[in-house]
Design a protein around this ligand. Structure first.
Ligand code: C5P
Length: 232
């Protein structure tokens, strides 16, 4: 069986201005239906673009990785929910996740960032943790499920073990995806789009292989065609 779910592909709009993001969105046209807006663009007026994208029928992932006192996280989450956004990231600290859950309605899916993929065991030790990355990812994944969080952001390598741990219902979303032969940039642990979907990712987040391609639409179409070959 083949799959043709365009919304498996989330394009990261990691650009410095709304104008640059809008140009990309226009070039990608109907090929891409799901966009991620992170801190760089959000702080340059990107939340207005997020509303415009929703008005144009797109799905929007707000990647602001919330973490603050509970009352602030709850109220900030409510604002994103009121804007009609689809996904929002929060850090996977139990208090933070519980507060975000309290602030989100049914439409907004909350995704927890377990451990930043730029962190290794030595970074955790330096920050005062008494366990390694794998153990902390598993612990936080369990806490996210218990808090009613809808999904997790994971590196491709974590998909298999965490899917077993959390079961079929949580959304697993992975960056670190590179088509075969693409420049890997600063990503260290990568999979191809097909490998990530086969490893049970619900969505892949792809930035530079599309946004910096000479023909972004053709690059996105190639990734969608690759995903369509994966058995469900
Ligand atoms: O350009 P590239 O495909 O590497 O972009 C990946 C996107 O996913 C970026 O927006 C990056 O911030 C995000 N991300 C990541 N690794 C994480 C969490 C988020 O690459 N652990």
């Amino acid at each position: 069986m083949t799959r043709n779910r365009r919304d498996c592909l989330i394009v990261a709009l990691d650009v410095e201005s709304v104008a640059a993001a809008q140009t990309l969105v226009d070039r990608l046209g109907e090929t891409v239906c799901f966009y991620k807006i992170g801190m760089e663009l959000a702080y340059a007026g990107g939340l207005g673009l997020a509303r415009d994208l929703k008005d144009a029928g797109k799905r929007v992932f707000i990647d602001l990785k919330l973490h603050d006192i509970g009352a602030t996280v709850e109220r900030a989450t409510r604002q994103i929910d009121k804007m009609g956004m689809d996904f929002l990231t929060v850090h996977a600290f139990p208090q933070t996740m519980i507060a975000a859950r309290a602030g989100a309605g049914d439409g907004l899916k909350l995704l927890a960032v377990t451990v930043m993929t730029s962190w290794d065991d030595a970074d955790l030790a330096e920050a005062g943790y008494g366990c390694g990355v794998a153990e902390l990812v598993a612990r936080r994944a369990g806490q996210a499920k218990a808090a009613g969080i809808d999904g997790l952001i994971l590196s491709p390598q974590e998909l298999g073990s965490i899917r077993k741990l959390v079961g079929p219902d949580m959304l697993l979303v992975t960056p670190g995806v590179r088509p075969a032969g693409a420049d890997i940039g600063d990503q260290k642990r990568i999979m191809t789009p097909a490998q990530a979907i086969a490893a049970s990712a619900d969505h892949i987040v792809v930035g530079r292989p599309i946004t910096r391609a000479a023909d972004p639409r053709a690059a996105a179409e190639a990734i969608l065609a690759e995903i369509a070959t994966v058995d469900q």
